[in-house]
Design a protein around this ligand. Structure first.
Ligand code: ZN
Length: 136
């Protein structure tokens, strides 16, 4: 289901809870809502559509990547950048890392470990911040 984007910062500042295999509706709604916002959005966290769950979706161009309960294992190459967010107005400065390695459970809850660099790495970091209640 295409869900409305949450802009309430009090809700967005709450830390999300572990996603389980019972939360397939969260995954489906993230896919539908990202598809509906395709031209203005490259990624989304579950709390942006009203679920306090640790799931993010990242557009990788040719496909969308679902990450449940992601954890950053390593990061390198700190830099400063400016980002926007569908839940907020305007852009804000933030610190990111050029390369990260992340452990997560995929759409089928299979454990995965993956390295990201450049723009995809930036999106993953932005969406993972949402899970901690951190907004740029
Ligand atoms: Zn955001």
């Amino acid at each position: 289901m295409n869900k409305p984007i949450v802009t309430d910062v009090i809700f967005l500042r709450q830390k999300a809870d572990i996603t389980t295999e019972n939360d397939t509706n969260v995954i489906r709604d993230l896919e539908d809502t990202l598809a509906a916002n395709r031209e203005r959005c490259v990624g989304m966290a579950a709390n942006m559509i009203g679920y306090k769950k640790r799931t993010v979706i990242v557009s990788m161009g040719f496909m969308n990547l679902i990450m449940n309960n992601p954890v950053i294992l390593s990061k390198s190459g700190e830099y400063e950048t400016e980002e926007g967010c569908l839940s907020l107005i305007g852009t804000r400065k933030t610190k990111r890392y050029k390369e990260i390695e992340v452990e997560y459970k995929d759409k089928n809850f299979k454990q995965q470990k993956q390295k990201f660099s450049g723009f995809p790495a930036q999106i993953v970091q932005h969406e993972m911040d949402h899970l901690e209640g951190i907004i740029i």
